[in-house]
Design a protein around this ligand. Structure first.
Ligand SMILES: [Zn+2]
Length: 485
């Protein structure tokens, strides 16, 4: 048993993702109804998106252009023509009895993004939104399902990855990088809570070193990045447990319940795989022109990956700091404004303050948008400059930042009015160090006998006396000189 469990634990995770991105076009995918979120239900509908017989769809050109931008950002190939197909199934959120999607001729294939292969990306229409009210029950329950067709027909791009992801944490990080990139394209709100970005996982495990794919399950309903990671984690644990007890993984679709972390299979009736796809006879194939492709490429803003490269190569900060800034656009903008305002302070110093203390201070204050913070980029640049030039200690810098986040203001004036200027005047420090040595005779004796660590007690006394304003390096030097260690 123990041996089997060990071997099951040695299995590696094989994860692919399917990401649905709601495009923020003005109108729906195949009709002229305007998109809406949160409007009165069923106020944005027409015979086309309600599936009335005899109505004909027309392709939203803006949606095609947005899909081409996504294709360019994910380094995909765009085949010379793509086709729409009918995906047939019955459900109350689908009045036509089929969804117009793309099947064997998607708009984009064969890309790569942040180390993960992109199998394909295709265009399709969203289904209507169902909400369930009252008590559920098959016949006698008082519950009901309500349908809001406002969402029905919203343009979607579905991105399908290769099974290149190896852990739940990697899936979360990668999906976050993807979201930030698509947000930068300006083609979607990418809001997971509101459903404009939806991520499903295809999950299997296999013995380490094997290249064969195991039986996979499909995991749905992870409507935040935290739930995405937790859901995949739970499913990997379930599959490992099955293998450890000699059972087999069955191919099925699972629903994640974030409240208690459990997984339940969807009933097969709710999720039949036999869609009987066939080409949509009411739409001509789409043949993107060279001009459209060039326009899509030119419409790309500086994407996070390119920005990271610029930060590393031209601005000269570490890859880690560059990634953290580049993929959080608001912080990137904040950093660049601070950098522009900096008067000789190093980019590395400013990046450290932004990615370290600022992120932490804003989190403590419950703020999300650094650009809306009372601590302006200009103030942060001045603060980082005072620490770098040793006018104030790092500890005092943190105090000033906390005050800036709470009240805003001018860090220079704060340092003046609160007397935070670092004491690096040797004469003044010498007197304080002398007093500290006298106050800590035991530690002083140990330092004299060669125990350098004991100097920490004396340093602590100096910092206490100066409320953290002493220049640590200068104090260390003085202690060494006085005690000859
Ligand atoms: Zn419509």
């Amino acid at each position: 048993m123990i041996k089997e469990r060990l071997s099951a634990d040695a299995h590696e995770a094989v994860i692919g993702l399917e990401i649905h991105v709601q495009l923020s076009t003005r109108t729906k995918m195949f009709c002229g109804c305007e998109l809406s979120f949160g409007d009165e239900p069923n106020t944005h509908t027409c015979p086309v998106c309600l599936g009335h017989p005899g109505t004909l769809p027309t392709i939203n050109e803006q949606a095609v252009r947005y899909a081409l931008m996504i294709a360019a950002a994910l380094d995909c190939d765009v085949p010379s023509r793509n086709e729409f197909a009918r995906k047939n199934y019955f459900y109350p959120d689908l009045p036509k009895g089929y969804q117009i999607s793309q099947f064997d001729r998607p708009i984009a294939v064969g890309g790569r993004f942040e180390g993960v292969g992109i199998t394909r990306a295709h265009l399709e229409e969203d289904a209507a939104k169902l909400s369930h009210v009252g008590e559920s029950g098959r016949i006698h329950g008082s519950g009901a399902s309500l349908v809001d067709f406002n969402r029905g027909g919203t343009p979607l791009v579905e991105i399908v990855t290769e099974p290149d992801i190896r852990s739940a944490a990697q899936a979360r990080e990668w999906a976050q990088l993807l979201r930030e990139t698509i947000r930068q394209l300006g083609v979607s709100d990418v809001n997971m809570e509101e459903g404009s970005l939806r991520v499903d996982g295809n999950i299997s495990i296999r013995p380490g070193g094997s290249t064969r794919l195991g039986v996979k399950t499909e995991l749905k309903n992870m409507n935040s990045f935290r739930f995405l990671e937790r859901g995949i984690e739970a499913e990997l644990a379930r599959q490992r447990e099955l293998l450890a007890t000699g059972e087999e993984v069955v191919q099925e679709t699972l629903h994640f319940h974030p409240e208690d972390g459990t997984l339940t299979p969807l009933r097969s009736k709710e999720y039949a795989h036999d869609y009987r796809y066939f080409p949509e006879p009411d739409l001509v194939p789409v043949a993107p022109t060279e001009e459209m492709l060039a326009e899509a490429r030119e419409a790309l803003p500086e994407l996070p990956a390119a920005r990271r490269e610029r930060y590393v190569n031209e601005v000269g900060i570490s890859e880690e700091a560059a990634t953290r800034l580049a993929f959080q656009t608001a912080y990137a903008e904040y950093f660049e404004r601070a950098l522009a305002a900096a008067d000789g302070t190093s980019a590395k110093g400013i990046a450290n303050w932004v990615t370290g203390e600022l992120v932490a201070s804003l989190r403590d204050a419950g703020e999300e948008d650094p650009l809306g913070s009372k601590a302006t980029p200009e103030a942060l640049a001045a603060l980082a400059g005072m620490v770098e030039s040793k006018r104030i200690s790092h500890g005092s810098g943190k105090q000033v930042l906390a005050k800036l986040v709470a009240e805003g203001g001018d860090p220079e004036a704060m340092v003046e009015s609160e007397g935070l200027a670092q004491i690096s005047d040797t004469g003044e420090l010498e007197a304080i160090v002398d007093a500290a040595i006298e106050a800590e005779p035991e530690a002083a004796e140990q330092v004299r006998q060669g125990n350098a660590k004991a100097a920490g007690r004396i340093m602590g006394a100096v910092m206490k006396q100066t409320q953290g304003r002493a220049d640590g390096g200068a104090v260390q030097k003085l202690i060494r000189e006085h005690l000859g260690s």
